[in-house]
Write a protein that binds this ligand. Structure first.
Ligand SMILES: NC(=O)c1ccc[n+]([C@@H]2O[C@H](COP(=O)([O-])OP(=O)(O)OC[C@H]3O[C@@H](n4cnc5c(N)ncnc54)[C@H](OP(=O)(O)O)[C@@H]3O)[C@@H](O)[C@H]2O)c1
Length: 282
């Protein structure tokens, strides 16, 4: 694919978009880094973009031929704002779209599933990244990371269910491949790390790596929902607690070879990520 156009990275200040923008600029691509306040991103051209303000779409799309899509967060119907944007993007000359979805939501699923279903009709060149849960949930600003730092505990309704946790940097590496390779994947890609781990395993690894005791405290679905509902709308709290319950039932207990296949190297383990992001010298 030609490298003359601009790649618009939506969510460029976030966990996957930031890493994707960094990798693209390091490889010499021209990147427009979108966020609500046009926050500067090294090596990229910042642009103001808000899913809920269509007036920001035109400026973000000007000269763009490829786009990385992080959906509006916590919106139960992201298609309502994303599909008008994607139609405008196609009319403006965008030829390739790479959507960040989730392993938990297939094409026939709710929410971002509707955007997934529409993508192949809008763009000849497309991919949907469907990562499992992020390893950065334990190292960044996510509630698990905060709870680890503040209370030495991880609270879930996932029981002993296992998850193929994936490094956001590996997601970004796949995103770059999907955005810049001569051939777009033209499919969805379930992304995991090298092993499925339980939250007990995560707590044990964080304890070993940081030297500070961390435990996993399993809660019932109802207790988890009620705790989350203290900070989030009830509908969203129910959805998140429900995802934990699905994990307890084995829904995320899998690994795939996608990162290795697309990037040519194995995905990072949780221990590697914890050593990199939770220790000063790591
Ligand atoms: N965490 C997990 O374990 C996990 C697993 C699978 C899938 N996912 C999916 O990953 C997605 C989150 O991706 P992420 O972690 O890369 O993002 P993130 O770190 O949560 O950051 C969100 C990004 O979106 C931007 N943003 C927020 N509201 C916006 C709006 N109204 N208009 C435009 N931009 C907006 C933010 O920028 P500003 O605030 O600067 O505007 C930020 O750059 C979610 O869709 C989630 O379903 C997460």
């Amino acid at each position: 694919m030609t490298t003359s156009g601009t790649i618009l990275v939506i969510g460029a200040t976030g966990t996957t978009g930031g890493r994707t923008a960094a990798r693209l600029t390091a490889a010499g691509h021209h990147v427009r880094a979108a966020s609500r306040r046009a926050t500067p991103v090294p090596g990229a051209q910042p642009v103001r973009f808000d899913w809920y303000d269509p007036g920001t779409f035109g400026g973000a799309l000007d000269g763009t031929d490829r786009v990385y899509l992080v959906p509006p967060l916590g919106d139960p119907d992201p298609a309502a704002v994303m599909l008008p944007f994607l139609r405008q993007a196609r009319a403006a000359g965008v030829r390739r779209a790479v959507l960040l979805g989730s392993s938990a939501i297939p094409a026939d699923g709710p929410g971002v599933g509707a955007v997934h279903r529409a993508l192949p009709e809008l763009f000849d060149q497309w991919a949907v990244l469907r990562p499992s849960w992020f390893m950065q949930n334990f190292t960044g600003t996510h509630m698990h990371a905060r709870s680890i730092r503040e209370h030495g505990v991880i609270l879930t309704a996932a029981g002993s269910g296992r998850v193929g946790f994936v490094d956001a940097d590996d997601i970004a590496a796949v995103a770059v491949h999907a955005l810049t390779d001569d051939r777009a994947p033209g499919t969805d890609l379930v992304l995991t790390g090298p092993q499925a781990l339980g939250y007990d395993d995560i707590a044990a690894i964080v304890t070993e790596v940081t030297g500070r005791p961390v435990t996993h405290q399993p809660l019932t679905y109802e207790r988890m929902r009620d705790r989350l509902a203290g900070q989030l709308p009830l509908e969203f709290a129910e959805m998140l607690a429900g995802m934990d319950r699905a994990i307890a039932e084995g829904a995320e207990d899998r690994t795939t070879d996608t990162v290795q296949r697309l990037t040519g190297r194995p995905p990072h383990s949780f221990r590697e990520v914890a050593e990199r992001e939770l220790t000063r010298g790591g």
